[in-house]
Every structure is written in C-alpha cells, then in structure tokens.
Design a protein around this ligand. Sequence first.
Ligand code: DAH
Length: 346
Amino acid sequence: MIEELLQIKNDAISLILSTQTTEQLEEIRIQFLGRSGKLNIAMKQLPKLTPEERARFGKTANEIKNILEEAIINQKSKLKNQNKNKEKLSIDFTTPSIPPKIGHLHPITQAITDTVEVFKMLGYQAADGPEIETDYYNFEALNIPKDHPSRDTQMTFYLDDKEVQTNTPGEIILRTQMSGMQARVMEKMEPPVRVIVPGKVYRYEQVDASHGFEFWQLEGFLVDKHVRLTDLFGTLDYVLKALLGKNIELKFATTNFPFVEPGVDTYIKCTVCGGIGCSFCKNSGWSEIMPAGMIHPNVLRNVGFDPKVYNGFAFCIGFSRLVTLKYQMSDLRLLSNPDLRIINQF
Ligand code: DAH
C-alpha cells in the first residue's frame, strides 16, 4: 500500500517538473491532489487497513501531499520567472530593421570603370597583365635598353628570383608602367590594334601630395595604317572631356619618352586652384595628366610589325591624378587612406 503512495509521489513529481505552463501545472495538481485526485482515491482504502497500518498510511499520505504542494508552488514560481525572461527576449518581427551599411566602389575603381566604358565606345578592347613583370617587357621591348637614362626616372622595385633561378638577377621587377603591356598584347595581335590596359604600377618614389609609390595607370594604344598625330589629339580631347566634363581646358606640349616619337604631354588646367597656382600643380596652374605620343618604329619592330606599313599612337592616363583632379582633392595620399569618412564622400 505504501508503495502505491510512493509511486503516486514519484509520478506526480516528474510530471510537475516537466510542466511548461501554469495551466499544465494546475491540471497536474487536480490530477493528483484534487477531490477525486489520485491521492484521495488511494486514501479511500484506509478503512480496509488495520489501525496500525492506517496510522502509517495516513501519515505517509499527508507527507506526500505536503511534498507535492510544495513542489507545485516551486514550479509555479519557476515558470513565472521563465515567462518574464521570455518577455524580455521576445522579438517584434514587425519592427523596421536597421538598414545595413552598403559599400560602394572606390573612386579609383569607379574612374577605371567609367574610362573603360568611354574607350569601349571608341572600339577599344580591354586587356589585363601581370604586376610582376620582366625587364624585357617593362623596358627593353619599349626601346629602353639596360643603360638608358630614362630608367632613372622609373625607380624600380627589383624582386628576388631565388626559388625559380631561371632569370639572371634584376630581370624580375614590379612593373613600373603599364606601357609594358604594349609588347605583350601586340605580340599576340595583328593590326588594327585598339587596346586599353588598366592596372597598378609600383615605383620606389618619395611620397608627397602628388606622388605615391603605387598608383594606377591606364595604358592605351592604337596601331593601324596612316595614323596621324591629330588622331591622337582628337582621342585625348574626346576621352578627357567625356571623363572630366566639357568645360576642362587642355594643352599639349612636346616631351620625350623612348618609346614614342614625337612624345606629347597633355596638361589640364588645375581644377584645385582653377589655374592660379597651388601646391598640387606646383604653382604652374596646369597639371600634367596624360603623356602620349606616336609609337616609336623600334617598338613596332620588336613585336614584328613593319613600321613602313603600320604606325600608331600610345597614351597613358594616371588615375590617381585624374581622380584627385576630378574631385579637387589636394592630396593624392587621401586615395589610399582607408578611413571611411574619406571614402564615403564619393
Ligand atoms: N609609361 C610612361 C610612364 O609611366 C607614360 C607614357 C608616356 C605612356 C608616353 C605612353 C606614352 O603610352 O606614349 O611614365
């Protein structure tokens, strides 16, 4: 008989502890402690017992009743606390969300994308090439032999070739100019050639407001029959006005690069100071933006084109300079500053 009571106690306790709501708990209470609950039904056997058994049975039943009542009270307060915590954690799915921060293209990338689009309209194809370059493509194919003085203007990062050891020291470099892609591309093509190659170049330079040790260039070149210098001027004028607006003022001057003859420097009236003179344009009022020229016959010969049949022009857009002029930034170093307060202004 006592075993029956203990069984009732154990069943009740495990059910009480597994309840999740106060309603379930109330059901369990009625099931075990209610007027026709299991404990009262068990008590109905009392008259059948001997007086001694009756006393023991009654005492045990009373103890069990107290234990179960206490367990119910404890469980009730536990459930109440749980509900309070749930309320705190509850999520309102209808609340408008915090808008996620959306990134955007870096101004240099934007400028490159825009420029490639302009050249595509003129029938140019875009190409890509390696940042780690050989001395041959970067210099020699461009009519710049090993002892040429113009190498001094392109302070070069030389790379170790310890692992491969197929090249003599000094042959592997970080490309200093995108012009190196002229030979790489033209070797694989037949005229007419109209190609642009955007990319990053590296120079061991003193860094200041208008110079960096790594910067972006876009090299372009066109080879065909009967190409004139005025075709080059027209192209540069069209492209720069498409990129910087129709109101910009340009001027051209002769210059010297070993891979072009004649060489041309394109200047734009400084957009930072409007031509008055500032540190960005070195007080000249003009900013050099796009060197160019008619491709030297030696460069054509190096890629197997007959310079008596074909000629062409090449040009180079300096992107860091272009972007700083476009947004009237007085310091080119701001473009490689990762501070989002700068980048998010574009
Ligand atoms: N590659 C030269 C440099 O980085 C720039 C240049 C000059 C490119 C004249 C050209 C050109 O295509 O015709 O200094």
